[in-house]
Design a binder for this molecule. Structure first.
Ligand code: SF4
Ligand code: SF4
Ligand code: FES
Length: 268
């Protein structure tokens, strides 16, 4: 049976549960050599936090801690990772109430007192334990038309692209997304309005709007100006604050707001 505290942790916004407030299963300060770790166990919304004592090491990441628990304490723990070097975007979780890429998040940076609470990413359905269903996240990329629409075919000659135009510079600033969904988990608008396309899909849509190789500017503007579109963003910047690749989806969303408004008023 899920405890009230667990429910509160799982569904509260980050503003109502600061990172300094770990789950109640962590009840005492750790010794220097041990981390006190609470990990969400369960399927969908039925579950609870499970406490583990994990040996502490220098330069230990949150993913190291989760892996230790799975390898030494509970082999049935489910979680997701692949590259371990910040490239694949698959290891994101809530760490002490905040979204993080766990393979590049050192314990010492997020838990000076050695107490860690690890939960599945916010704003996405839980499949099991720390694994969330990413389909709603990627479905919104498609809904935002945030997929490449080729302007040329393989039969066409190679098209040189200048790296110095303002549009290319804007596209480059938005393009290094690793699809980790950290920004999506950080976004209060996603939490409160399930059809909001979210910072990652809109960030990619903005990259494509500025990419001269993409041939669907009008379709993208149509897609991002609807009910769940860019104008729902409240511009408080949680996405930019948490993006591990230091992208600024809020700025991309602002670019889409300008582009859709300009099209509305000027017809272009
Ligand atoms: S700035 Fe906009 S997209 Fe970013 S987290 Fe806030 S509401 Fe979401
Ligand atoms: S914009 Fe940043 S936080 Fe969002 S999915 Fe891409 S890399 Fe992750
Ligand atoms: S495991 Fe690939 S980004 Fe963390």
């Amino acid at each position: 049976m899920q405890s009230f505290r667990s429910l509160l942790y799982r569904f509260s916004t980050m503003t109502t549960l600061p990172s300094s407030a770990p789950d109640s299963t962590v009840t005492k300060k750790p010794t220097r050599d041990v981390l006190l770790v609470s990990i969400w166990r369960g399927e969908a919304d039925e579950g609870d936090f499970e406490a583990h004592s994990v040996p502490a090491h220098d330069n230990q990441t949150v993913l190291d801690v989760v892996s230790w628990v799975q390898q030494h304490a509970d082999p049935t723990l489910s979680y997701r990772f692949a590259c371990r070097v910040g490239m694949c975007g698959s290891c994101a979780m809530m760490v002490n109430g905040e979204p993080r890429w766990t393979c590049r998040t050192h314990v010492s940076k997020v838990a000076d007192d050695g107490a860690l609470t690890v939960a599945p990413l916010r704003n996405l359905p839980v499949i099991k334990d720390l694994v969330v269903d990413m389909d709603p996240f990627f479905d919104k990329w498609v809904a935002a038309q945030a997929v490449h629409h080729p302007s040329h075919s393989r039969a066409d000659p190679m098209q040189p692209v200048s790296t110095q135009t303002p549009e290319r510079i804007s596209a480059n600033e938005a393009i290094e997304c690793i699809n980790c969904a950290v920004c999506y988990a950080a976004c209060d608008t996603v939490a409160n309005q399930p059809d909001y396309l979210g910072p990652a899909a809109l960030n990619r849509a903005w990259a494509l709007i500025n990419d001269e190789k993409d041939a669907a500017r009008q379709e993208i503007l149509d897609a991002v100006s609807g009910t769940g579109g860019c104008h729902n963003c409240h511009s408080q910047g949680g996405c930019a604050h948490y993006c591990p690749n230091e992208l600024n989806p809020m700025a991309s969303v602002a670019g889409l707001k300008r582009a859709t408004a300009m099209r509305f008023f000027k017809g272009r």
